[in-house]
Ligand binder design. Structure first.
Ligand code: TYM
Length: 334
């Protein structure tokens, strides 16, 4: 039987991925890659929706791919490639933008958040059409499942709407994908501000744990994580957001259930608990970081791997695109 298809991607928007990307996405990807025909992209075209330094963007794109592999995505088994290497992505995005409503795109919460943060004058049209490009990423591969963190759910819903709209207007063309969201780890919060999502673009970097940082830096950030004065290690999102976030991190990384961890630390202080979290995170990140650094030391080999995978991806994507062009009535070039 043919395997179902899986698609996901990440932006190369920082020097390193953060633990939210790791727990919310990469760990899932790693676990699913054997059961699916999996496609993973580094979405460099998406990264351009906010200003980037050209040389740095190139470097971050390689670093992101290296971290995928470091985290256990196998480039000989999964199709791991760079979005801009497959030109069908922006081509399909254009077609999809013609069936996307202005109001529909304007309702995307991530766009609303980002545009209010940057202000109207510095908000690009690209930021507005960002979810349409994401829909193109997913639909080009006739995707069944899209494993993402909670924050991408609305974008996957838009993708489904666009697929259904296109299919009903032009005939069955796209498979309608489903988001896969691991509820308990769907959102990792900032260590210093545990009611807001951890993000590479956070103002306060001491609340963000980066995969490629020195282990001692991450350990220190965990020891300084904001908690509360109650002193008990107990999961309670509303009353104890800091402790709850650390519990989720420790549980996700060790595979242990939260109640078992609560029991282990009953009657002990936050110091011991944080030490355990720090140790688990540092041990988990170490092999990922080492492998990523090793790959980055040989960029030519990394580029070669990415090129082979881009060819594989393009073969699938171009077939869908040709079908789409045909359906919407573009004259075929002879
Ligand atoms: P990006 O680059 O912001 O994030 C990559 C993945 O990491 C997840 N994530 C988190 N999960 C839990 N807690 C957090 N604090 C956290 N921060 C990030 C995100 O949910 C995501 O799964 N638009 C996408 C990239 C994209 C894409 C696609 C994804 C482009 N095309 C097609 C899937 C399919 C994005 O910006 O992710």
């Amino acid at each position: 039987m043919e395997k179902a298809r899986l698609y996901s991607g990440m932006q190369p928007s920082a020097d390193s991925l953060q633990i939210g990307n790791y727990i919310g996405a990469l760990m899932q990807w790693r676990g699913l890659q054997d059961s699916y025909d999996a496609y993973f992209s580094v979405v460099d075209l998406h990264a351009l929706t906010v200003p980037q330094d050209p040389a740095e963007l190139r470097e971050k794109t390689r670093r992101t791919a290296a971290q995928y592999i470091g985290a256990g995505i196998e480039p000989t088994r999964s199709t791991l490639y760079v979005q801009s290497h497959v030109s069908a992505h922006p081509e399909l995005a254009w077609i999809l933008s013609t069936i996307t409503g202005f109001g529909e795109a304007g309702r995307m919460t991530q766009f609303k958040d980002k545009s209010s943060r940057y202000g109207a004058d510095t908000t690009s049209v690209g930021l507005f059409t960002y979810p349409v490009l994401m829909a193109a990423d997913i639909l080009l591969y006739q995707t069944d499942v899209v494993p993402v963190g909670e924050d991408q759910k609305q974008h996957v819903e838009l993708t489904r709407d666009l697929a259904e709209r296109f299919n009903s207007r032009f005939g069955e063309t796209f498979r309608v994908p489903n988001a896969v969201i691991q509820q308990d780890t769907a959102r990792i919060y900032d260590l210093q501000n545990p009611t807001s999502k951890m993000s590479k673009s956070s103002d306060n970097q001491s609340g963000v744990l980066y995969l490629l940082d020195e282990p001692s830096v991450n350990a220190k950030k965990i020891m300084r994580a904001v908690t509360d004065n109650d002193g008990t290690v107990r999961f309670d999102r509303a009353e104890k957001p800091g402790v709850s976030n650390l519990l989720v991190i420790l549980s996700a990384i060790t595979g242990r259930q939260i109640p078992a961890i609560e029991d282990e630390f009953a009657g002990r202080g936050y110091g011991d608990f944080k030490k355990a979290v720090a140790e688990a995170v540092v041990n988990e990140f170490e092999p990922v970081r080492n492998k990523a650094l090793e790959l980055m030391a040989d960029p030519a080999e990394l580029d070669r791997l990415l090129a082979v995978n881009a060819d594989k991806a393009a073969a699938v994507a171009n077939e869908t695109l040709a079908n789409v062009y045909d359906r919407v009535g573009l004259l075929r070039r002879r």
